[in-house]
Design a protein around this ligand. Structure first.
Ligand code: GLN
Length: 515
């Protein structure tokens, strides 16, 4: 059996027994990246030298009999939305193309403390806004199962690199579905933890009340391993929950007797692809055969989730992204060109005696802000800033933002009620399997609808997990499980239980065998 066939947990055992080394594992990952990433486009930055040096250090410490962290020697990829000291952190944007953070995100620090090997930074939609990774300013990510299809987004690179066997563990972020939807499209397992479970310190903010960092891997077991390393209270993030993380991995094989699953009625309505529907129903049959009780449950306000999300998320984004003005943060326009243009405009207006034109002429500073933002942000980010600024503006605030907050509360209450009757909610992750690259790029509203089943978990702050449960025309299909806040252990045990009984998670795209 080659290293490539092993899960991260199995690789840990190989490392511990001395049958392999971290350098070997890291080299195997780099070889897979070299073989396939020119086609897949999962990585924005591969830290070859840094990763090998870290692997050597960990191997040497192991040789010397020193105590090592829980991920000791395992390569991990990190979405380019998390600050990595001295390493590019672009957030998929020209705005941050040359940003090298002076500090690490807490999650990245915890990976280092756990002795993980940071292999590189993965591609994403610009500022995590999107569902296909086509909004990256640098490259699109291709689905390893079908290269002309999207990997989903915004953590498309994070999901694709796992699916393509480039790395077993990766970290993504999820504001409205960005871990779960790409995980579903790429046939991997991805977890959006409860709001507050994982620190957001050093996560480039999109919508601060919705953003969560979380793990992606092939198996629930590996997700549990990685979550265990990064979860927990962080005094540097005031929204992180001050309660201890569970022993996710140690508990994963504990049976869930009498598990009550609630099938979300509203997630089987119009727009759901028949193949997705079929696979999800089959997954329910599997759960029943494992002793779970399955009943139907309603989240009556879930039909408002997308509308609510697309008011709240852009509103928060418009505020969070105000800092990128070329002075405080981010890309700055070519000032010389700008001044030349400004002067020639002034000269023209003076010659024409246009007093009003002169009065309306921007100051050099305002012009610099404008040009920096116009050149640094891509079209989807600009759309969100405009949507959010509008929703927050005087006169519209009550009608849009405040209303959305009220609906958000109703959505949260639906979950509270549902979780009084069932332990977990179950349904599809995404209405369809992965779509083709380019298929939705001219249709932002259709692109927003891919979040139909995922955005409500962020609005409510609950945990959500996607795991592979079928395929249609060679493309993976994801099953979504949702749990009450901080019930990640239960979620992972239920996912593990499914993976013990099925082998969808063990399927690999054909691309993997061509290496
Ligand atoms: N697709 C959603 C959006 O575009 C979700 C993104 C995310 O979770 N970061 O906003």
């Amino acid at each position: 059996m080659s290293l490539f066939d092993l899960t991260a947990c199995e690789q840990l055992a190989e490392l511990a027994s001395g049958r392999t080394t971290s350098v070997e594992l890291t080299q195997a990952c780099l070889a897979q990246i070299d073989a396939h990433d020119s086609q897949v486009g999962a990585f924005l930055h591969v830290d070859r030298a840094g990763a090998l040096a870290a692997a050597e250090r960990i191997d040497a410490r192991r040789q010397a009999g020193q105590a090592l962290g829980q991920l000791a020697g395992l390569p991990v990829a990190v979405k380019d939305v998390l600050c990595t000291q001295g390493m590019p952190t672009t957030c998929g944007s020209r705005m941050l193309e040359h940003f090298r953070p002076p500090y690490n995100a807490t999650v990245v620090d915890r990976l280092h403390t756990a002795d993980a090997v940071l292999i590189g930074k993965t591609n994403m939609d610009e500022f995590a806004m999107g569902g296909s990774t086509e909004n990256s300013a640098f490259q699109a990510t291709h689905n390893p199962w079908a290269l002309d299809h999207t990997a989903g987004g915004s953590s498309g690179g994070a999901a694709a690199c796992v699916a393509a066997g480039m790395v077993n563990l990766s970290i993504g972020s999820d504001t409205g579905g960005s871990i779960r939807q790409p995980a579903a499209h790429c046939g991997v397992t991805g977890l959006k933890p409860s709001y507050g479970r994982v620190s957001r310190y050093g996560l480039v903010a999109f919508a601060s009340s919705l953003d969560q960092v979380g793990p992606l891997a092939r198996t629930a077991e590996d997700v549990a391993l990685l979550l265990g390393a990064v979860a927990g209270h962080d005094p540097r993030d005031s929204t992180s929950a001050n309660r201890p993380a569970d022993e996710y991995l140690a508990q994963i094989a504990q049976p869930l007797t009498g598990l009550r699953l609630g099938v979300v009625r509203e997630h089987f309505a119009e727009g759901l692809d028949p193949a997705v529907q079929r696979s999800v129903r089959e997954a329910l049959t599997v759960y029943k055969s494992l002793g779970a009780q399955v009943s139907e449950i309603s989240l009556p306000h879930s039909k408002y989730a997308v509308a609510t999300y697309y008011v709240i998320a852009p509103s928060e984004a418009s505020s969070n992204l105000a800092r990128y003005d070329g002075v405080h943060y981010g890309y700055r326009t070519d000032e010389q060109a700008m001044l030349t243009e400004l002067e020639s405009q002034r000269a023209r207006l003076e010659a024409a005696g246009d007093e009003q034109g002169l009065a309306e002429l921007d100051s050099a500073l305002v012009r610099m802000y404008r040009r920096s933002r116009a050149e640094g942000f891509g079209p989807e980010v600009k759309r969100r800033i405009m949507l959010g600024t509008y929703a927050l503006s005087a006169g519209y605030y009550d009608a849009y933002y405040l209303k959305a907050l009220k609906v958000r509360r109703l959505i949260r209450q639906d979950y509270d009620a549902a979780f009084r009757d069932v332990d977990l909610l179950v349904g599809p992750v995404s209405p369809t399997p992965a779509f083709r690259l380019g298929e939705l790029t001219d249709d932002p509203l259709s692109m927003y609808l891919v979040d139909l089943y995922t955005a409500s978990a962020n609005l409510a702050g609950v945990a959500g997990l996607s795991l592979p449960c079928g395929q249609s025309n060679g493309l993976p299909i994801g099953l979504q499980l949702q749990a009450p806040p901080f019930a990640e252990a239960r979620l992972l045990r239920a996912a593990h239980m499914f993976q013990q009984a099925t082998d969808w998670h063990a399927q690999r795209p054909a691309l993997c065998s061509s290496s």
